[in-house]
Design a protein around this ligand. Sequence first.
Ligand code: KG4
Ligand code: ZN
Length: 329
Amino acid sequence: MLVLGVETSCDDTCAAVVSDRGVFSSVVSSQVDVHAKYGGVVPELASRSHMKNIVPVIEEAIALAGVSIKDIKGVAVTKGPGLMGSLLVGIEAAKGIAAANAVPIVGINHIEGHLNAITIEQGVEYPHIALIVSGGHTSLYLVRGFGEYELLGRTRDDAVGEAFDKISKAMGLGYPGGARIEKFAKEGDPKAFRFPKANMGKGSLDFSFSGLKTAVARQIKGFENGEIPVSDIAASFQAVAVQALEEKAVTAALKHKVSLIVLGGGVACNETLRTSIKEKAGEHEISVAYPSKTNCTDNAAMIAAVGRRKLLDGANHGFDFSALATWPL
Ligand code: KG4
Ligand code: ZN
């Protein structure tokens, strides 16, 4: 079954074609140039860019897959959570294609996409712990099987990717910040500054990054009239953020007696997180798996992969559903 996936929840316009033989095409049109000068995503500009890009991106995904629109047997689109205007552009385009071709359509939760992105590339054992870390989300799930997700913990304030982005902005490194912080951190001393790790109380699997972000921002302000030690600050911040993520993920795996942790979301591109969590989990004979970087960041292949499973089960959400800006999984 050939499925078209559409994802427009934030600032990337994405379309993909997948089948039981894998991903035929996955196109991501980035809006980084549109938002960079504002240091973050401007929702109205994101909607407008999606409007401009959605048809060419879908056409490109179909062309790259080497198929015709007539071969598409189902459509999967991100229904939420995300920016309302952005989501609506993808949903209406997807509905139009489903209607014109008389094929079923399913609305997919963006987080469920990230949770299953790994399955595009490899099989995974169940149950496992999933750590989803992105610009909008920082959550830990116990995944018992496809469609069976139990939320174990989440951030009580900022998402970890948001903290990377804001600290990058505060040091004038630009947007998006994650990869830039990582680059500078490579040259820095992670012990140069002592930033606080949030204490969430005994047994809690929740996260908090606003205290860390504020402490780092205060440190940066202290260098206002001098040169900011960018690499040392980046390395010291990244070390604390990564430590918080891996500690909770390993604690969750031990608590639920599972031997696999799966990563997903844009921050899972971070090499320090990848290496460090592997080491820490390895001490307890827990393995760690993560998708390639293009399947960590937002993409439509992960939406199509989840949608395909639901379509094969006979799901069809019809044309009455709409976007959900918030939608807990
Ligand atoms: O999953 P994603 O593409 O979009 C959301 O759903 O938010 O994640 C984007 C986030 C941004 O905050 C970006 O700074 C962060 O992922 N990110 C990274 C890295 N690459 C992207 N954070 C840390 N290290 C990286 N290498
Ligand atoms: Zn995402």
